[in-house]
Design a protein around this ligand. Sequence first.
Ligand code: SF4
Ligand code: SF4
Length: 284
Amino acid sequence: MNIVVASGKGGTGKTMVSVNLAWSISQSRETHLIDCDAEEPNVHLFYPGRKTEEPVTVKVPEVSSEKCTLCGACGEFCRYGAISVLTKTVMFQAHLCHSCGGCLLSCPADAITEVPRRIGMVTQSQPSSSLTVISGILDEGEIAAPAVITAAKEAGEWDGVSILDGPPGSACPVIETMEGADVCILVTESTPSGLADLRRAARLAEALGIPAGVVINRSDGEDGPTLAFCAEEGIPVLLTIPFDREIAAIQNRGAILCAEKEEWKEFFFRLYEDALTIATGGIT
Ligand code: SF4
Ligand code: SF4
């Protein structure tokens, strides 16, 4: 069961929801928590301590100067401008390469081979016997977040429950995270911009055919427009977390709300149960 926690933008409390959801589930069954926000991972802030690290690599071209005839075919093929044929050499800019392998296929002289190049890493830790935390982390200056997300998902793949903390927005990294999800929990705030972002995230989940539910975070009680949108779209609101100084203080010191407040452990476990029901078509 893959449950993706997503939001249309950053700063809505998506990671807080992911961490608490995973923690509450892990009290009664084994759980994987996978941080797919590869450009700004912060699940690890809740779980400092020892981790294993596995590099993530992609394949990039390497040109043999002995075989290359400077014909120009690879440069013409590359739509990303990553490989350019100059008067006396072929110039390769690794950070522009999308590892499509096209230049290799286009080379008539068999002068190109593929070599691995590191773009990030996947870390793994076991904060408790029933909770495994996996993080995909993109190296600074790299652009291929989806490849790191794929590696993190593969590292955490199993038959049990996985909570995937998605990247914000609605671009390729979010799509990569949502791919194969059973249900999506959309975290939002009841502000005009929060509603606009929720609309986008809900459209994306719908386009990918993933059933969704909503969590309203930092609610000041004025949730009318958000509730109206959810009712209109048939998306159930599963949990409302009020704006509360004590909750904010717990989060600010990197602590887990459910671990400190018994009632929130129950609320988040109910969120899990409702997500399961949505995944099987039970709540509409
Ligand atoms: S692998 Fe693709 S993106 Fe990279 S240099 Fe070759 S053609 Fe360009
Ligand atoms: S296609 Fe092959 S032979 Fe032609 S410039 Fe590129 S590497 Fe050299």
